[in-house]
Design a protein around this ligand. Structure first.
Ligand SMILES: O=C(O)CCC(=O)C(=O)O
Length: 313
């Protein structure tokens, strides 16, 4: 955890924690005029609270992008339509609980090789009732597993794919437990939206363990639930949280997002600890997508990439 006193606010901030596990609402700062000192302070607060909410900001698209750039290079969403003028900026429009509503627990773009680091969302149109978003603290979820289960998870990897984006052939294998590069905390890095299979387990074992872990992360005591007002900016750290939108609303809902480019999720211990399941036997068709990905990542790593293969090989 960083020391907040390193970065003094350029304005007096009102910081209110929203749950026992994560989340803080922050007033007393205009994000449209963020200084570098403000950005450093906000970054420290994000590491501490994991998700931050700044009501009454009402940023233009360019101000939103400029705010995001304080925290790193922004990326275009690989699977969504975006404006050609501003590829790093995109909108999610929904109506009556349908449309672009991310109503499964996920960590943004965990199906890619470098999942998104930080997301910054601007609520533009919010329903009178419903359409709240929930976040879960995946470090706390990891810490509260039993010691034997933590030990097992530390040694596993999982295949994530982009089937929710209608691209089942695209995916990546990541550690089941990742170490946060800034806080050093371990977190569970599997989610119901993108994670398909634990590589070292049989399909049936994987389904059991993934079912348990993804439900575990969703327990109310690990979460915060936020009721939006138009003009609020939310900012979350995808390296230690998952989130989920409630599709219980009537009428329109419009949010806009910029995303800070991701990093390479690092395991909590050297991997591989075990070989992929079925390495010495004929494989079932259920193993095929994960084996195809293992092969692709091995080929990538032997091409001289500086990256370490994440998957056992
Ligand atoms: O609409 C929201 O509240 C969150 C959107 C979301 O899940 C995302 O941007 O990944």
């Amino acid at each position: 955890m960083t020391n907040r006193q390193q970065h003094q606010p350029s304005s007096e901030l009102d910081i209110r924690r929203l749950s026992g596990s994560l989340g803080a609402e922050i007033r007393g700062i205009a994000l449209g005029q963020t200084s570098s000192a403000d950005a450093e302070l906000i970054h420290d607060l994000l590491l501490e609270h994991m998700v931050l909410f700044f009501p009454e900001q009402h940023l233009s698209a360019d101000e939103h992008i400029a705010f995001g750039r304080h925290f790193g290079e922004l990326e275009a969403h690989p699977h969504l339509q975006y404006e050609s003028e501003r590829p790093e900026f995109f909108e999610l429009r929904a109506n009556d609980g349908g449309g672009a509503v991310a109503d499964e627990w996920h960590s943004d773009l965990s199906c890619t090789s470098h999942p998104s680091k930080i997301a910054i969302l601007h609520a533009r149109v919010v329903p009178d009732v419903g359409g709240d978003t929930m976040w879960s603290n995946t470090c706390k979820a990891y810490d509260e597993l039993s010691a034997p289960l933590r030990d097992l998870c530390d040694g596993l990897t999982a295949f994530h794919d982009a089937s929710p984006h209608h691209r089942p052939g695209e995916g990546h294998i990541h550690p089941v437990v990742r170490t946060h590069p800034e806080t050093g905390r371990r977190s569970l890095f599997v989610n119901e939206h993108f994670t398909r299979r634990i590589v070292e387990l049989s399909d049936a074992e994987s389904a059991l363990l993934l079912g348990h872990l993804t439900r575990w992360v969703q327990q109310p005591r690990f979460t915060v639930r936020y009721r939006w007002t138009a003009g609020t900016i939310a900012m979350w750290d995808n390296r230690c949280t998952q989130h989920h939108v409630l599709n219980d609303f009537e009428g329109p809902r419009l949010v806009q997002r910029v995303t800070v480019m991701g990093d390479d999720p690092q395991p909590s211990q050297p991997l591989p600890r075990w070989a992929p399941y079925g390495a010495k036997t004929d494989n079932s068709w259920r193993d095929t997508p994960m084996r195809r990905q293992l092969k692709a990542q091995r080929t990538e790593s032997t091409r001289g990439s500086a990256e370490q293969p994440l998957a056992p090989g």
